[in-house]
Design a binder for this molecule. Structure first.
Ligand code: BT5
Length: 196
């Protein structure tokens, strides 16, 4: 795997999209880091792990990447559907998967030495977290769908809780075979969850 390390970039996703499968982009700083749905991802220079992996497309990739990232961060980290890493009930990091021409660009941001108000930080060295994450991404993107789903259920902070999603409230019962969240029997493919 080729690792490209850069000081400053608009978004690691922008550099990664033109690289071959197997490439990894790591940045000190992003001037236009992004989350889902055109949201911003903010991190002061040098304070976070900001990385994009160029992978083969896989419908369960964002779920597998969540499992990989949670395990790389340590035993206290849990997953909030669909893609948030939580430490306690605070957001520690997030995952953004974008597809381009036969490639899936999997971006992961983890707060290390700084976090926005109300968010969490890991206080660990970037290189150590990166090396663990890289190994875990390799492991979990090669795992079977069933193994990924079983592990996601174990790590989930959302299942068994009352949640709000797309304006409806209900019990988060399970994750479906394609990563959808099942709330009161109904499958939700996209959206943001609030834990009630
Ligand atoms: C995510 O989106 O959580 C996915 C974040 C992915 C970031 C990585 S960094 C490397 C790669 N390159 C990129 O440009 N992106 C990826 P979402 O679920 O939409 O959450 C975004 C929301 O999280 C924002 O609207 C803020 O409320 C909040 N937020 C922004 N920066 C944060 C931070 N550093 N820590 C915690 N929350 C943050």
């Amino acid at each position: 795997m080729q690792v490209l390390r850069v000081d400053s970039v608009s978004s690691t996703q922008d550099l990664a999209r033109d690289l071959p499968v197997g490439s990894i982009v790591l940045a000190e700083h992003q001037t236009a880091g992004r989350g889902r749905l055109d949201r911003r991802w903010e991190a002061p220079p040098g304070s976070a792990l900001l990385v994009s992996f160029v992978l083969r497309p896989n419908p369960l990739l964002s779920v597998a990447a969540g499992v990989a990232a949670a395990e790389a961060c340590g035993p206290l980290v849990r997953l909030k559907w669909p893609n948030d890493l939580l430490l306690g009930d605070r957001k520690l990091g997030g995952i953004l998967v974008e597809n381009k021409a036969g490639k899936a660009i999997c971006g992961i941001g983890i707060n290390l030495t700084s976090a926005p108000e109300g968010a969490a930080q890991l206080n660990e060295s970037r290189d150590e977290v990166f090396e663990r994450l890289r190994a875990k991404i390799e492991e979990w993107t090669a795992a079977s769908r069933e193994d990924v789903l079983v592990r996601w259920r174990e790590l989930s902070a959302s299942l068994g809780r009352r949640v709000r999603i797309d304006g409806v409230e209900g019990l988060a019962e399970d994750i479906g075979p394609n990563g959808e969240l099942i709330v009161d029997g109904a499958a939700h493919v996209t959206g943001s969850v609030t834990h009630l």
